[in-house]
Write a protein that binds this ligand. Structure first.
Ligand code: GLA
Length: 682
């Protein structure tokens, strides 16, 4: 929640700088805003050339007009700094600020001419000075403006620059980190293939066979981006310290460790473009999007903002289908259900030209309120008004799932072991999250550093924890000793933070906790299957068989008990999953990858045995999930969402509760319409 505007925001990217010369457009937009329930706009993104058309000549007139009109209309403005794309005059006058990209493996980076966006160097002192100057001017002019709600720093940071400035900064960073070349050479294992560095100046980033170098480069890039972001935040706050700042993330985008960036913003937000189009994997896609919302909320353990979404089809997916009626409302309220205090769009108005003229917008080319999507947006506007009490409410989670960018980089940049294993989100996080999503159990998505911080967590899941951060295994042991349940999977405890393999047997530092030795791993061809047969009288009370695929680890019991065993191949009879009683708690190891029933059986048993809190009692039908938010005064809001294009019967329990969206008092078994959503209070 933004203190100055304590309501759910509904609006989005607004680009008046691009059409201010078309008479009547602004008047038309401000006529349409109340009809769509739009109460906020994000202005100024990519507007550098409009604000400073030539060096030192500023034109704030158009922005003044928009800010003043928003203030008069009682609207909130999310005001962006324009640093996401530099103007032509700047690229021409200061060539050093242009980004240099790798041209290919083992080739020198090449300098970009001016094109696209995100086209600048993040370490360039000149660009940083220009950006800080621009930001101070914006803060001086608008810092106290009644419409200003929030600074939106730059836009979707991404991309790498390998110019001489960046290389020198990287070498300085390495020298500060390792102190000596010997220490660095050891960490990177450079004796292999004669890669040892004898001088810091030899270090370049074009050799991906030095895996530790690549990992450090990605760490450095995240820190450089975080420091660029901080440079902007400091400039804004030096003039307007009371105005909060944010920057828009892209969910699980692999290129940047958002934990580093989140340290420098007051509110986290992200841009979310789900493609729900009745595909066979709709439920998995929906769970994946909920997981990304949970990630954004968990950075600060407080409500986040949905900064962009599309009111209609995008123009960049392989297939840009129309949103079926009702889907826009469902995906918008899905974000609110998982902790968003806003539904914002890219974009408010479609342009007549440029790269995104065919991307969905609140106001289509026809220019008025007649399109179907405008009505769907207006419906969300009414919904958000009815949900005002939700603003600022929290998500109470007893389960945490661990997500670590460095772990993803480590396995992505390792030669092998298999493509499936490299997809930590698809192979690790989503399958282990889905059983909780299907039962309406709230999950926080935490970094290894924060995994055990909450006293409320009863379960911590660390899927595919290939790289183990210092101290993480010890913290996991303490958590389990105190009564917690820790769940790990295949390919855990393989390398340390330098990507050096743990000697002494896998899962490395987790061996004692899991009470196993993972001897070797079988990677199956896509059409091959194995099976897990649950062991008689196993500790989770499971029975029957489940199909296994892709990754089968051969594990030996060293204190743990088997929950199930392989049914086929030379390792038939060895454990597929194990449970180790440790202190007052238990550590569960899932040794093989499987289909949905495999994960559902294991986690379903954990949920019911530990009696974890669910948003709704009882089982939910396929395609339906439920999520809970609780306000500071204890009021509970339960969202029930149907991602199936068919009606679903849901049992809401005996006590009647008000559905804030329809006003109806509901209880017992109800029919939830296709893509239907409820928001129950009480
Ligand atoms: C991103 C960007 C926007 C726009 C949209 C299109 O989220 O931030 O500027 O390009 O994608 O979907």
């Amino acid at each position: 929640m933004i203190d100055k505007f304590p309501f759910l925001l509904h609006g989005g990217d607004y680009n008046p700088d691009q059409w201010r010369h078309i008479p009547g457009t602004l008047d038309q937009d401000f006529r349409l805003f109340p009809l769509a329930g739009i109460n906020s706009v994000s202005v100024g993104i990519f507007s550098w050339a409009a604000i400073e058309p030539e060096e030192g000549r500023y034109d704030f007139g158009w922005l003044d007009e928009v800010m003043d009109r928003c203030a008069a209309a009682g609207m909130a403005v999310v005001l962006a700094t324009p640093s996401g794309a530099k103007p032509n005059w700047m690229a021409q006058k200061y060539p050093e600020i242009r980004r240099q990209n790798p041209h290919g493996w083992c080739t020198e980076p090449v300098q970009e001419l001016q094109c696209g966006r995100h086209n600048h160097c993040l370490t360039s002192p000149i660009y940083r000075a220009k950006v800080a100057e621009m930001d101070r001017r914006l803060a001086e002019r608008y810092g106290k403006h009644p419409a200003l709600a929030l600074w939106h720093i730059s836009n979707e940071f991404n991309g790498e620059c390998q110019c001489p400035h960046c290389m020198q900064a990287f070498r300085d960073w390495l020298r500060a980190k390792y102190k000596t070349l010997d220490a660095m050479n050891h960490a990177w294992w450079t004796g292999f293939w004669s890669h040892a560095f004898s001088d810091w100046s030899q270090i370049v980033t074009i050799d991906s066979t030095i895996e530790g170098l690549r990992l450090d480069w990605l760490r450095f890039e995240s820190e450089a981006t975080a420091s660029f972001l901080k440079n902007e935040a400091d400039a804004l706050k030096s003039v307007a310290p009371e105005v909060p700042v944010t920057t828009n993330f892209m969910g699980f985008f692999e290129g940047l460790d958002y934990n580093r960036l989140a340290e420098h913003v007051d509110i986290t937000c992200w841009d979310c473009y789900p493609a729900y189009h009745d595909r066979p994997d709709q439920e998995v896609s929906a769970a994946g999007i909920s997981l990304a919302h949970d990630l954004c909320r968990s950075f600060k353990m407080r409500p986040f903002l949905l900064m962009e979404s599309s009111p209609g089809p995008t123009n960049w997916m392989k297939t840009n289908r129309l949103l079926r009626p009702g889907l826009h409302r469902l995906k918008s309220l899905q974000a609110v259900a998982h902790g968003s205090d806003s539904v914002q769009y890219f974009q408010i108005r479609k342009g007549r030209g440029g790269a995104e003229k065919f991307h969905g917008a609140v106001i289509d080319h026809v220019g008025d309120e007649s399109p179907r999507m405008f009505r769907e947006v207006a419906q969300v506007g009414r919904d958000l008004k009815a949900l005002q009490g939700v603003c600022g409410s929290k998500t109470p989670a007893e389960v945490a799932i661990v997500h670590d960018w460095e772990n993803r980089w480590a396995i992505r940049n390792s030669q092998g072991p298999s493509e499936v294993a490299k997809d930590v989100i698809g192979t690790g996080l989503v399958p282990n999250y889905l059983p909780y999503w299907k039962r309406g159990v709230a999950v926080d998505v935490v970094s290894p550093a924060n995994a055990f911080n909450s006293a409320d967590y009863k379960v911590v899941i660390a899927p595919l924890c290939y790289l183990v951060q210092d101290g993480f295994a010890e913290k996991a042991e303490a958590f389990v000793r105190d009564g917690g349940t820790f769940v790990g999977t295949f390919l855990s405890g393989v390398v340390d933070k330098n990507m050096l393999v743990y000697p002494g047997g896998f899962p490395g530092p987790f061996r004692k906790l899991f009470g196993i030795w993972a001897e070797e791993t079988d990677y199956l061809y896509p059409d091959e299957r194995n099976e897990a047969a649950f062991a008689a009288d196993n500790a989770l009370g499971l029975s029957g068989k489940c199909e296994l695929k892709d990754i089968c680890e051969v594990v030996h019991l060293k204190g743990a008990e088997a929950l199930g065993v392989y049914g086929r191949d030379f390792y038939a009879g060895s454990p597929t999953a194990t449970l180790n009683r440790f202190g007052k708690g238990q550590a569960i190891y899932i040794a093989a990858h499987g289909g949905r029933d495999w994960y559902d059986a294991l986690h379903g048993a954990i949920i019911s045995r530990l009696g974890l809190r669910r948003a709704l009692d009882g089982d939910l039908p396929n395609g339906v999930t439920a999520a809970l938010r609780v306000a500071d005064d204890g009021t509970a809001y339960t969202f029930v969402e149907n991602f199936a294009n068919e009606p679903r019967e849901v049992d809401l329990g005996a006590a009647p509760r008000t559905d804030l969206l329809s006003g109806a008092a509901l209880s017992g078994k109800i029919q939830l319409s296709p893509y239907g959503v409820l928001a129950l209070r009480g």
